[in-house]
Design a protein around this ligand. Structure first.
Ligand code: SAM
Length: 294
């Protein structure tokens, strides 16, 4: 979708394991450049090491992608030819039980991408009121048993680890309503992770900044894993008439984007069955991309 070109300037806001960033840098060789960031310091160090042989065409930062304007200003870049974010957590973060993202292994209630940040999953789980907790689980987790789960969590405090939380959530949902293909705690964990990392806020702050940095013809591509994220992206690309963005399920009026986009993807692109077989975590990924017109 981005069709990176020699001499172009690109931005990857979620470096993760560097897969996309490396592909972009290879495609825009020999003189294209990429600015990239991740909130996870370990990810940035790993990608920096892996990219060392590619020379000085990569500029990598431990930063929030919603600071794309500051990152580009620091490099003296005022125009980008392509911008990409691939939202959520990486497989490396999910598989490291010390990061607290997974309910499959017992770990601390952490879930921060940025380990310098104060708020952890522990604080959300052990200090938020029932209503606030239920609201988060309902909106970000799209979980119909949100209130029951919130009540059980509050009754069980202090909740110490991910395994304990997963068990409380599973017990709060009547067995006949357990989802078929996913663990009953999946939605609640997702909701808490989105709250800890202010994921929708970051996306909403990022989109207009990215759009205004794009050159005419430049492409903005977003891979999301959640219907609320996908809706925000879809509405943003649809333009000023659809500038109603959502936070916690409530419509919030936001500034309409000044830029106009031509959608490259009418419907979001999803992974093929073959890709899902080799990478089951791709099953809920949705890619939308649009080209800036003027
Ligand atoms: C799905 S992974 C990206 C994988 C990457 N595209 C690749 O090819 O390996 C998402 C990454 O985004 C990071 N992340 C999440 N929210 C972020 C934010 N607001 N700013 C910067 N990085 C963020 C996570 O730490 C994680 O490493």
């Amino acid at each position: 979708m981005m069709q990176p070109k020699d001499g172009g300037r690109y931005f990857d806001g979620t470096l993760g394991d560097g897969g996309h960033a490396t592909a972009v840098l290879e495609a825009c060789a020999p003189s294209g450049e990429l600015a990239g960031c991740d909130l996870d310091r370990d990810a940035v160090e790993r990608v920096s090491r892996a990219m060392a042989p590619l020379g000085n065409r990569a500029h990598l930062f431990t930063a929030n992608y919603s600071d794309i304007d500051r990152i580009c200003a620091g490099l003296g870049w005022d125009r980008l030819d392509g911008v990409l974010v691939d939202l959520g957590m990486s497989s490396i973060e999910l598989d490291d039980k010390a990061r607290g993202f997974s309910f499959l292994a017992d770990g601390p209630l952490d879930m921060r991408y940025d380990r310098g940040q104060a708020l952890r999953a522990y604080d959300v789980v052990n200090t938020y009121g029932i209503e606030e907790l239920a609201g988060i689980i309902r909106a970000y987790g799209e979980e119909r048993f949100a209130r029951r789960i919130a009540r059980r969590i509050v009754e069980s405090r202090p909740v110490e680890g991910t395994a304990g939380l997963a068990e409380i959530v599973a017990r709060a949902i009547p067995r006949k309503f357990w989802p078929e293909r996913i663990h009953p705690a999946t939605r609640t964990f997702q909701a808490i992770r989105m709250e800890v990392n202010a994921e929708l806020d970051n996306l909403q702050a990022f989109l207009p900044k990215a759009a205004s940095l794009l050159a005419e013809g430049g492409v903005l591509a977003v891979i999301s894993f959640h219907s609320l994220e996908d809706r925000i992206v879809k509405r943003f690309f649809a333009g000023p008439s659809a500038a109603l963005l959502y936070r916690r399920g409530l419509p919030v009026q936001r500034e309409a984007p000044a830029e106009h986009f031509q959608r490259i993807t009418k419907k979001p692109i999803v992974a093929s069955e073959e890709e899902i077989r080799s990478n089951p975590r791709a099953r809920s990924a949705r890619l939308r991309a649009a080209r800036r017109l003027a």
